[in-house]
Design a protein around this ligand. Structure first.
Ligand code: AMP
Length: 215
């Protein structure tokens, strides 16, 4: 099964994708993670996108489509989870073509709905375990006093994303509403859209997503 998790920054796409990787052997394709990796390892492309990402704007369609194209040729395992891709109508069209070329189908698009106040709270208070990706929140799930990750036990690996600040978040939200939210209508018209409440507890959201995948 190949699915898209669609939603604004902070909706919980990465958290839910990691759960699907663990429980269904799926492959998470996060263009944000791929771009951060390129930036951190200092590749030419990474240097090119660094400023755009720090501001919270979208990098070019050409770059992200190229990244996805490479991954689609790899092992499909239990299916792909597209996380943070597509983000524009051009990317959505390109994904449709790439999947057809690979003889694959897109089975579901799951919109994770949240309200904007919750997003701001989640993002500006967010930190992540660099070892396993477990997400923490200064208010609702603080980093333990012994600074060991509750999920993987790694010590002092917590990081904060450079673009998780209020200024960049405004730009990221604007990019979502202007460029990405039209995809909701696009996939609705293709009869592929399902919606889940992204504001619920993590387990409840997992159950809702499972309900979509298992019907
Ligand atoms: P994310 O980790 O999904 O929040 O993405 C972090 C940043 O990477 C975004 O704010 C964009 O600058 C860039 N990015 C990630 N995915 C895409 C995409 N599909 N299209 C354009 N830019 C992207």
């Amino acid at each position: 099964m190949n699915i898209i998790l669609l939603g604004p920054p902070g909706a919980g796409k990465g958290t839910q994708a990691r759960h699907l990787v663990e429980t269904r052997n799926m492959v998470q394709l996060s263009t944000g993670d791929m771009l951060r990796e390129a930036k951190d390892s200092g590749t030419e492309m990474g240097k090119m996108v660094a400023d755009v990402m720090a501001r919270g704007d979208l990098v070019t369609d050409e770059i992200v489509i190229g990244l996805i194209r490479e991954k689609l040729e790899g092992d499909t395992k239990g299916g792909f989870i597209f996380d943070g891709f597509p983000r524009t109508l051009e990317q959505a069209d390109a994904l449709g073509k790439l999947m057809a070329e690979e003889g694959q189908t897109l089975d579901a698009v799951i919109e994770m709905r949240v309200n904007d106040e919750a997003l701001v709270q989640r993002i500006t208070a967010r930190s992540t375990c660099g070892a396993c990706g477990e997400v923490y929140n200064d208010v609702t799930k603080p980093i333990p006093a012994d600074r060991k990750c509750t999920n993987c036990g790694a010590e002092d690996q917590f990081t904060r994303r450079a673009d998780d600040n209020e200024e960049s978040l405004k730009t990221r939200l604007m990019a979502y509403y202007k460029q990405t939210s039209p995809l909701i209508g696009y996939y609705y018209a293709k009869d592929m859209l399902s919606r889940v409440d992204g504001l619920g507890e993590i387990d409840a959201v997992q159950d809702e997503i499972a309900g979509v995948l298992d019907t």
